[in-house]
Design a protein around this ligand. Structure first.
Ligand code: 5GP
Ligand code: ZN
Length: 147
């Protein structure tokens, strides 16, 4: 398993405090499993975070129901962003672990309105290995899929 780091006791991290209302946040939506609120950094106007209500660190810690709730909420938020901010594009970003780019260790997904030349970048070094290696990777992963 990857070395995902949880730096806060459950219930005491910054997003748990937002969920409980202990610290303020500009909330857009919430249901039993997920909450959506404005990212304090606002990469572009309308940048929203969709977090689990329960303290879970990464994607691997979510229940199937939480996975579904987060994605359904992200889609609803995307629809609202489209109607209100009319962005040229939209990027969903979900980081896991420090090396994966995660800085707040309570599961969340970014819903980011995008515009031409908005300065957002992700370095993506393509390797393009031979097809035989792709088949080998696929076979190894098929063998490890949860039942
Ligand atoms: P990550 O890097 O873990 O994918 O994203 C964490 C995000 O949480 C950052 O974009 C950051 O701006 C946001 N964030 C950190 N602290 C707070 C906070 O106290 N309130 C809100 N609304 N967003 C926060
Ligand atoms: Zn938390």
């Amino acid at each position: 398993m990857p070395n995902f780091v949880d730096t806060s006791p459950p219930g005491q991290c910054i997003f748990c405090r937002i969920v409980s209302g202990e610290i303020p946040a500009a909330k857009v939506y919430e249901d039993a499993l997920a909450v959506a609120f404005m990212d304090i950094g606002q990469v572009n106007p309308g940048h929203v975070l969709v977090a689990t209500k329960r303290h879970a660190v990464t994607l691997l810690d979510l229940t199937q129901e939480e996975c579904a709730a987060v994605m359904q909420t992200a889609q609803r938020i995307a629809q609202a962003i489209g109607r209100e901010f009319d962005p040229a594009g939209l990027t969903l970003l979900q980081a896991n672990g420090r090396e994966g780019g995660q800085t707040v260790f309570h599961f969340h997904m970014h819903v980011v309105p995008r515009h031409a030349e908005d300065g957002v970048g992700l370095s993506w070094p393509r390797k393009e290995p031979p097809v035989a290696l792709l088949r080998d990777y696929a076979e190894r992963l098929r063998a490890k899929l949860p039942v």
